[in-house]
Design a protein around this ligand. Structure first.
Ligand SMILES: [Zn+2]
Length: 152
């Protein structure tokens, strides 16, 4: 076995760079922390293991950013939301490719790695965003036989 990657935000972003949404799972109580943290807020254990989580979820709430930080000014106005993932975890994220009129609470969203065009690269910013996803596009992808791209 290779040595376990540290449960740090830095490592979380390294995984994002590998197009993986990884969370720290407490090995004592099973609580999943995303982003990972060094101490479980449920049982105070410091024992974790990395677990990959689904990037699909529903939009819980959002706000439209009109006055953006300098590096995102070229994108404003844009939407930032809280997305409830399939496993119940809530994470914040920018929502790309949807107009304000298209944004709806409860809409299906899926994580998108690396295609979010930030005005300029900034290492501290999470390299993921959310985009619209619907069950009709899911069916279309499933029909492609022999394709490796498949939603579960
Ligand atoms: Zn725990």
């Amino acid at each position: 076995m290779s040595t376990q990657e540290p449960f740090t935000i830095e490592q979380f972003y390294k995984f994002l760079g590998q197009r993986k949404l990884m969370a720290g799972k407490c090995t004592r109580c099973g609580k999943i922390h995303l982003p990972p943290r060094p101490l479980c807020d449920e049982c105070f254990s410091q024992e974790f293991e990395w677990t990959e989580v689904s990037g699909k979820g529903k939009l819980l709430t959002y706000s439209i950013i009109h006055v953006a930080p300098q590096q995102f000014q070229g994108m404003a106005p844009y939407a930032v939301g809280i997305i409830k993932l399939e496993n119940g975890i809530k994470i914040p994220g920018m929502i790309a490719g949807a107009t304000q009129e298209q944004l709806k609470i409860g809409m299906d969203l899926t994580i998108d790695f690396g295609t979010c065009n930030t005005a300029q690269p900034w290492p501290q910013w999470p390299r993921y965003c959310f985009k619209r996803w619907s069950s009709s596009s899911k069916r279309k992808i499933r029909q492609k036989k022999g394709s490796k791209t498949e939603f579960r």
